[in-house]
Ligand binder design. Structure first.
Ligand code: CMX
Length: 427
């Protein structure tokens, strides 16, 4: 049986030699350039980060290790993590071992709960999640072993150890935030043997007699697991980790970026927007009324949460997967219906406004509506759900960057005066 560790150990020498060869033979080959506009506008479209776990095609969307995301919708979170890390799906024995390994590591140090108890009631759940991650840094295998002289060759192994601990604990922490902080109820203990997704659903404790929420959560985790290496949150973790700060520091950093309204918090903002529409029209408006409402909202200088994307230029298959799920399970739910209607009304309006390069709905325009349908009505929890799934991809990416020994990030910054001088010299 080739478990996760052994599969990585077998593949990493090959990855290292591929990178070494690329560097030796093509180190000076230009693979991207940057315009002044790209520098000022988030480096959009600049090929600046290596990521083998997943790729986002502007037209076709997410591919995980070369496989279209939609072909993986029946897989478990553990299978996706194995695939993200290694490029192959695990055999039955390796999968079982990974699930057992995660169950074994699911215990969260009690000081995290004490810290939660001492934080004000109105602390945002993303702050709790990120603070929990940072507080657990003292548990890092990587940092302990680094301080004992860990060789560079072995950085990935210690990173894998941290990754397994973090993946095992994160659903426990997220569910605790939901149960105790948002609902004021007792926590539900982790149940060994259920697997990542079912155990998370179990600890959230929603009423789910026919397992529809569990089925949804499995898909939710897959569609949020990874989206290349240069979106704001993942890039943050990659930058933090590049200085050999361990996974706790790195993932806490990613959470702080995900918590912004232009990124992961858009799932919270999207449902807030939908509920405001529902209240304004005392129900589901017709398309003409909604169109007028959205146009006014846009004209006042607002962004429509859950629409647009920095890389995608077509339908987001992650949106489509969750939309199809919603269409099956809650087609008459008013929040879902408004989301559906927004999907028809907003793209022509964004096109008419002529600013957004992608006028279509993204994943954050649908995920919250389904969570709402399943009874998670505290919108502040939605980005925590995103983060708990995204950690699979971040961990896989950081294992891989430590395996090939990526250097510390340090691009060059320039001043406005330098830019002015450069453009006037170029004229
Ligand atoms: N509503 C209104 N205006 C929008 C818009 C939207 N949904 N999406 C883009 N625009 C505007 C931008 O604000 C920008 O305006 P300015 O030139 O005045 O600054 C212009 O269109 C061009 O932007 P872009 O190149 O199309 O988009 P970016 O790559 O700069 O940004 C994103 C991408 C996602 C941040 C942006 O589309 C947005 O703010 N969307 C709403 C928030 C959202 O849904 N975020 C979640 C994205 C998915 C994720 O990361 O989780």
């Amino acid at each position: 049986m080739k478990n996760l560790h052994d599969t990585l150990a077998e593949k990493i020498p090959q990855w290292r030699s591929e990178i070494r060869e690329l560097l030796e033979k093509n180190g000076n080959t230009v693979i991207s350039t940057i315009t002044l506009e790209q520098l000022l506008k988030g480096m959009r479209g600049v090929n600046a980060v290596l990521c083998d776990t997943s790729y986002v095609d502007p037209e076709e969307g997410l591919f995980i290790r070369g496989l279209p995301m939609l072909s993986l919708m029946e897989r478990s979170a553990e299978e996706i993590f194995f695939l993200l890390c290694t490029g192959e799906l695990p055999g039955a024995a390796a999968l079982q071992q990974l699930q057992e390994e995660l169950s074994r590591r699911a215990e969260v140090p009690p000081y995290v709960w004490q810290m939660f108890d001492s934080m004000p009631d109105d602390t945002h759940p993303m702050v709790l999640l990120s603070a929990a991650m940072l507080a657990m840094q003292r548990e890092s295998h990587f940092t302990r072993r680094y301080n004992q002289g860990l060789s560079r060759e072995d950085h990935w192994e210690a990173t894998l150890e941290d990754a397994l601990d973090i993946i095992a604990r994160l659903p426990v922490i997220a569910a605790r935030i939901y149960r105790t902080r948002l609902l004021g109820k007792a926590p539900i203990a982790s149940a060994a043997g259920l697997g990542f997704a079912d155990n998370f659903a179990h600890m959230l404790g929603l009423n789910d007699p026919d397992g529809t929420f569990r089925a949804f959560l499995k898909q939710f985790i897959i569609v949020h697991s990874d989206h290349e290496g240069a979106n704001a949150s993942v890039l943050t973790s990659r930058i933090v980790n590049s200085s050999l700060s361990d996974l706790y520091y790195s993932i806490s950093g990613s959470m702080n970026s995900l918590a912004g309204p232009l990124h992961g918090l858009a799932n919270q903002e999207s449902v807030k927007f939908v509920l405001a529409i529902q209240e304004r029209f005392a129900g589901v408006p017709d398309a003409a009324a909604l169109s007028a409402y959205v146009w006014d909202y846009l004209s006042a200088g607002n962004v429509i949460p859950g629409f647009g994307h920095a890389v995608l230029r077509s339908d987001d298959p992650r949106y489509r997967a969750l939309y199809d799920f919603g269409k099956r399970v809650c087609p008459e739910n008013p929040v879902f219906r408004i989301v559906e209607l927004l999907g028809e009304v907003v793209p022509p309006l964004l096109k008419k406004q002529g600013k957004a390069k992608n006028p279509y709905p993204n994943i954050d325009g649908i995920s919250g509506a389904l969570l709402y349908h399943f009874g998670i009505t505290d919108l502040q929890f939605y980005t925590v759900m995103f983060s708990t799934a995204q950690v699979l991809g971040i961990c896989a990416q950081l294992i891989s960057t430590r395996a090939i020994g990526t250097s510390i990030f340090r691009p060059k910054s320039v001043t406005t005066r330098w830019l002015q001088g450069y453009v006037s010299d170029a004229m």
